[in-house]
Write a protein that binds this ligand. Structure first.
Ligand SMILES: NC(=O)c1ccc[n+]([C@@H]2O[C@H](COP(=O)([O-])OP(=O)(O)OC[C@H]3O[C@@H](n4cnc5c(N)ncnc54)[C@H](OP(=O)(O)O)[C@@H]3O)[C@@H](O)[C@H]2O)c1
Length: 255
């Protein structure tokens, strides 16, 4: 039976890079995003062209009812979830100095980036434990955080806090699920070329040329996709709870 993955925010950007890489590796997919299904038909057909069974499970991961629906639709279709990729995330709608951050923006970013991933992990982990007796291993939870988990950006503090929290979500679930042989990982991308970074393209073109990262280029969704495939298929069998950097060496301290 083919293994499958539920990827939040799998319809664009990094999530789509992960979806393509997993489809090429033979995974079936449940893709989550916010847009209605007819708006992502092209994306779904492209993923199906790799031979994967692909369903779309839309909904806001910050919302409990929507999370319940996406998990039950995925389990109803595939009978199981092998891999959960908590990738969906948002930047603040407006960058404001932390002396000006609004509660509204804080709540929005934390609900989507952190609360959504925590409770989706809880729900999928309970599902994994409930089906574990009937099938062999091959489960994993992979959290996409950011270098913002450790690098302070004072104009988007709520985003940094949400990503730092994602690191603890990874450690908590890795600890709880370790004895069940369900590994949990954090993938920490650097600056990746997607819609999220589209508005700062020129700035980062310059910064990369000036040596922001050791590898003098933008990261691409497929860079993250390759790392997630290796984690999903069990290549890191004795590394639960670890952070996998995909940042071109941006966070290496240099003098
Ligand atoms: N780009 C970077 O440089 C970078 C670096 C480090 C970490 N990250 C992290 O990587 C993840 C993906 O980022 P990206 O750059 O690929 O973002 P993106 O291009 O803006 O794509 C965001 C994806 O998430 C979905 N989404 C947004 N809000 C959602 C919600 N409330 N519920 C469910 N799905 C939602 C979107 O669905 P629709 O297509 O339907 O809108 C889309 O598929 C995020 O967690 C981000 O923080 C990004």
């Amino acid at each position: 039976m083919a293994r499958n993955a539920l990827i939040t925010g799998g319809s664009r950007g990094i999530g789509l890079g992960i979806a393509e890489a997993l489809a090429k590796d033979g995974f079936d997919l449940a893709i989550n995003g916010m847009r209605p299904e007819d708006a992502v038909e092209d994306v779904l057909s492209q993923l199906r062209s790799f031979g994967s069974d692909v369903i779309y499970v839309p909904g806001n991961i910050g919302d409990g009812e929507a999370r319940k629906q996406m998990v039950s639709n995925t389990v109803e279709h595939f009978g199981k979830i092998n891999v959960l990729v908590n990738n969906a995330g948002v930047a603040p709608l407006q960058r404001l100095d932390i002396l000006e951050t609004t509660e509204e923006s804080y709540d929005r970013v934390m609900d989507i980036n952190l609360k959504g991933a925590f409770f989706l992990s809880q729900s999928v982990a309970n599902h994994m434990l409930s089906v574990k007796q009937q099938m062999d291993n091959g489960f994993a939870i992979i959290n996409v955080s950011s270098i913002s988990a450790t690098i302070a950006s004072i104009s988007r503090g709520e985003y940094c806090i949400s990503k730092a929290g994602m690191s603890m979500v990874t450690q908590l679930f890795a600890t709880r699920l370790g004895e069940e042989n369900i590994p949990v990982f954090e993938v920490r991308p650097g600056v990746i070329a997607t819609d999220m970074t589209g508005s700062v393209k020129e700035k980062y073109d310059r910064l990369f040329a000036d040596g922001l990262a050791v590898q003098k280029r933008w990261g691409y969704p497929e860079d993250v996709g390759r790392a997630v495939v290796a984690l999903s298929r069990g290549d890191f069998a004795y590394s639960t709870g670890q952070v996998i950097m995909v940042d071109g060496g941006l966070t290496i301290q240099r003098l």
